[in-house]
Design a protein around this ligand. Sequence first.
Ligand SMILES: O=c1[nH]cnc2c1ncn2[C@H]1C[C@H](O)[C@@H](CO)O1
Ligand SMILES: [Zn+2]
Length: 363
Amino acid sequence: MSPLPLDLAHIRTAPKALLHDHLDGGLRPATVLELAHQAGYRGLPADDADSLALWFAEAAGSGSLVRYLETFEHTVAVMQTPEGLARVARECAEDLAADSVVYAEVRFAPEQHLEAGLSLDEVVHHTLLGFEEGVAAARELGRELRVGCLLTAMRHAARSREIAELAVRFRDRGVVGFDIAGAEAGHPPSRHLDAFEYMRTSNAHFTIHAGEAFGLPSIHEAIAFCGADRLGHGVRITDDIAVASDGVATLGRLANYVRDKRIPLELCPSSNVQTGAVESLEKHPFDLLARERFRVTVNTDNRLMSATSMSEEMLKLVTTFGYGWSDLERFTINAMKSAFIPFPDRLRLIDEVVKPGYAVLIG
Ligand SMILES: O=c1[nH]cnc2c1ncn2[C@H]1C[C@H](O)[C@@H](CO)O1
Ligand SMILES: [Zn+2]
């Protein structure tokens, strides 16, 4: 048998695993409009779904992480009520399942959703209910998706310990880990050591946005001082890799350590171009890191701001670097191996869902 064509339609049928996706960065444009209307929020920069989608993609594509983050003001504004949070989570699960994502870790920052008087626990509770509804709706359509939620603390704020405790409190109800996000420069991860220490002493998992807008010191702190299980982006690890004119790569100590320890890199190709972390897709070090056998994973970061999906991110990599089905399978298995769910659950998804799915496509 010959392999099936590697086009968007077929990639959409391939089982995919997603580790880095922001709930407040993945709303449907029409939902932003409807929720804004219901909440009486008048700050939206457009009043029809197409124009709004375009506005998000353009405003997020300025080349600066700080400007990119400003666009979240509008999505966070419409996610302040139980209904708003649950709807966004439900639709997130439905959209991922429709794209044949079989495992997803979706993150958001509860501290940004308290404006209408909800408590942190209520915010998480209603969001998890929404995920459950979305997973159930997808199952009705014959699609199996597992969602784990990551709770993010904002790195410029001072609530990380509280959010880490919240993540542990909800660990048996759908929260699988913790993260910090937000503007990176000037906000080193080591400012949140007590939160990370709390996670470690609780035998709980966490990832850290590091090596996106800021380089090696941020990655070094995330690993050496904080003990991150994974790196959110981590793309700037290439600052520690020299590539000679003949293509031979020489790794520095930090890059070697990241590779030796199999520390997963949550790479987000489109987002990395939009925030200026990399110059263009063609210059994205994804391929260098994949060839050097880092544990690379493919991620969406923010589907609304990047006007993308898991399938589209994979297609971009296929078009840019010439990957085949086996490469996409390897990236998917990398992600499953790095998931914050129990080892037997990861194995089951790899053996019973991912491998059989790609076997059909590889032919
Ligand atoms: O790529 C990112 N880098 C740093 N912070 C980010 C990125 N994408 C989203 N965020 C922020 C904005 C959201 O409001 C927050 C929680 O999801 O995380
Ligand atoms: Zn992110």
